[in-house]
Design a protein around this ligand. Structure first.
Ligand SMILES: Nc1ncnc2c1ncn2[C@@H]1O[C@H](COP(=O)(O)OP(=O)(O)O)[C@@H](O)[C@H]1O
Ligand SMILES: [Mg+2]
Length: 249
């Protein structure tokens, strides 16, 4: 396997700079409500601060606001009130274009259903976020190959998503999420669609990326595998973080 440190070190955008002691990701009094006949407070006055290199796991019953919170943290959605700061950038000061750029360069997303583009090969899927950079085609290709190597899929570069198992597809999605060396990787039930052996392998891969590269993770998952590796486990209920536990590290 390629030396992953070298791969992540070759970031086209570089790691964002924050002041000493400044959390990489911060949410301040975040609120998001929906009107469904009555007002639903999907995220209800949530504040949190996540340090670079932290591995955060979020748990809580269905409908408690986990996905909504991740969407706000990743700039996929805007809050009704409150603020998110990633590497010192305030989302409220960014227009839609600025926010799209931030999502592309600073946030890695991993979803339950992989969300790969079905007519593109593994290599092309991983290359996609790099096409928006100034890297040459050759450099893009080399980096995408290294990323696939890093997740153990060097041999699958030319396969289409449907030619791969669920676990392999999720590895491609992780390689894609890491392509721009994001400040944070946000994963929403990344193993929700995988069998238990593959779940454990996935948790091991996340742990390795966290330990070796100090990659910051926020993972919504009930898998014990993730909680064991977490620095903190945030319990959500009715849109609020109602308990914070030390994880297994
Ligand atoms: N786009 C939306 N429109 C209306 N209500 C929504 C929307 N997204 C989420 N909700 C509501 O917000 C609450 C939290 O949802 P969600 O964040 O998906 O919870 P979880 O991921 O914890 O299952 C739920 O009551 C859900 O029905
Ligand atoms: Mg959800």
């Amino acid at each position: 396997m390629t030396d992953a440190r070298r791969v992540l070190g070759a970031a086209p955008n570089g790691q964002p700079q924050t002041g000493p002691g400044e959390p990489i990701l911060r949410a301040v009094n975040l609120n998001k409500s929906y009107f469904l006949g009555e007002v639903i407070y999907a995220v209800d006055d949530v504040s949190l601060a996540i340090d670079k290199g932290e591995f955060i796991v979020i748990v809580g019953p269905s409908g408690c606001g986990k996905t909504t919170l991740l969407s706000l943290l990743g700039g996929l959605d805007r809050p009704n009130s409150g603020e998110v700061l990633l590497a010192g950038q305030r989302y409220s000061r960014l227009n839609e274009n600025g926010l799209a750029q931030l999502r592309r360069n600073q946030v890695g997303f991993v979803f339950q259903f992989f969300n790969l583009i079905s007519h593109l090969t593994a290599l092309e899927n991983v290359s996609l976020p790099l096409r928006f950079t100034r890297m040459s085609r050759r450099a893009v290709r080399e980096r995408a190959e290294q990323l696939l190597d890093m997740v153990g899929l060097g041999q699958r570069a030319s396969h289409l998503p449907l030619q791969m198992s669920g676990g392999e597809q999720q590895r491609v999605a992780i390689a894609r999420a890491l392509a721009n060396s994001p400040a944070v990787v946000l994963a929403d039930e990344p193993t929700g669609n995988l069998d238990s052996k593959t779940k454990n392998e996935m948790a091991d891969l996340f742990l390795r990326l966290n330990e070796e590269f100090n990659q910051t993770f926020v993972v919504v998952s009930h898998d014990e595998g993730f909680a064991r590796f977490a620095h903190r486990v945030l319990h959500m209920r009715d849109g609020k973080i109602d308990k914070v536990e030390a994880g297994g590290r």
